[in-house]
Design a protein. Structure first.
Length: 235
C-alpha cells in the first residue's frame, strides 16, 4: 500500500473508531442517567462530542489507536464511562442494562451502516464487491466522495460488529458480564460474581477474550455479510 493510501485509510479508521467508541460510551452514560445514576452525566459523558471521552481516556482513544495502526494496520483502543458502584450494588439489574447499552449502540451503528450501504447501492453509487475484507464491505463505482463513503461505511459496519461481539463476551472487564447478571439466578449468579471479583479476573478475562474473539469473529463477520447481502453466497 502506498504511503498516501495508508495515511488516508488510517484517517478513515480513526474517524470511525472515535465515532463508534463515543456512541458506545454515550449509550452507557445515557442509560445510566435514565436509570438513576447521574455520575456519567455530571462527568460530561452523555454526549456524542468525543472530546469529553478523549479527556477521560487520552491513551485509549488517541495514543494507543494511532500507534496500533502505524505498527500493525489495525486500531486498538478503549474508553470508559464513570458510574456509582453504590448505585450498581443497590440496583444490579439496572447496572446490567446499563452495561449492555454500549453494545446496543454498536448494534445500532451496524444497522445504520447496512441501511446506508443499501441506499448507496440503490442510488447507483455502490456495489457489492466480489471479495469481502474488513475495510471493503462495499465498493464505490467511481473515485472521489463515493469511494471515501464506501470505505467509511465498510469500516463502520465491520468495526462495530467487532466491538459488539468482543464486548458481549461474558468475561471481565467486558460488558458481556452484564448479560450474565440478567440470565443467571441464585447460587450460579453468586458463584459468577465471586469469580469475576477475583483480583486476577480482569487480566485473565482479557487474555481469554482475545483468544475466543480470534476464533469467533471470522465466522460471525461471514454470517453478517451474508445477512447484509442475502443470496450473495459469500464464502
Amino acid at each position: 500500500m502506498a504511503p498516501t493510501d495508508f495515511v488516508a485509510l488510517g484517517l478513515a479508521w480513526y474517524v470511525v473508531f472515535v465515532f463508534s467508541v463515543t456512541v458506545h460510551e454515550a449509550a452507557h452514560a445515557l442509560l445510566a442517567m435514565k436509570l438513576g445514576d447521574p455520575t456519567a452525566y455530571h462527568g460530561g459523558q452523555v454526549t456524542l462530542d468525543p472530546v469529553p471521552h478523549m479527556r477521560r481516556e487520552p491513551f485509549g482513544m488517541i495514543v494507543v489507536p494511532l500507534l496500533s495502526y502505524v505498527m500493525g494496520g489495525w486500531m486498538f483502543g478503549w474508553a470508559s464511562t464513570p458510574y456509582d458502584p453504590g448505585w450498581a450494588a443497590r440496583h444490579p439489574r439496572r447496572a446490567a442494562w446499563m452495561g449492555l447499552a454500549g453494545p446496543g449502540g454498536n448494534l445500532a451503528l451496524i444497522l445504520l451502516a447496512g441501511v446506508l450501504i443499501h441506499a448507496g447501492i440503490a442510488a447507483g453509487w455502490f456495489y457489492a464487491p466480489p471479495a469481502i475484507t474488513f475495510s471493503t464491505v462495499v465498493e464505490a463505482k467511481a473515485v472521489g466522495p463515493a469511494k471515501a463513503a464506501a470505505v467509511l461505511l465498510s469500516l463502520l459496519f465491520s468495526l462495530n460488529l467487532l466491538l459488539l461481539i468482543f464486548n458481549l463476551l461474558p468475561l471481565p472487564p467486558l460488558d458481556g458480564t452484564a448479560w450474565m447478571e440478567l440470565v443467571l439466578r441464585g447460587e450460579a449468579l453468586l458463584r459468577y460474581r465471586q469469580l469475576i471479583a477475583h483480583p486476577q479476573a480482569r487480566l485473565v478475562g482479557l487474555v481469554l477474550a482475545w483468544i475466543f474473539f480470534d476464533v469467533v469473529f471470522g465466522p460471525v463477520h461471514h454470517v453478517a455479510i451474508n445477512l447484509l447481502y442475502p443470496g450473495a453466497g459469500y464464502h
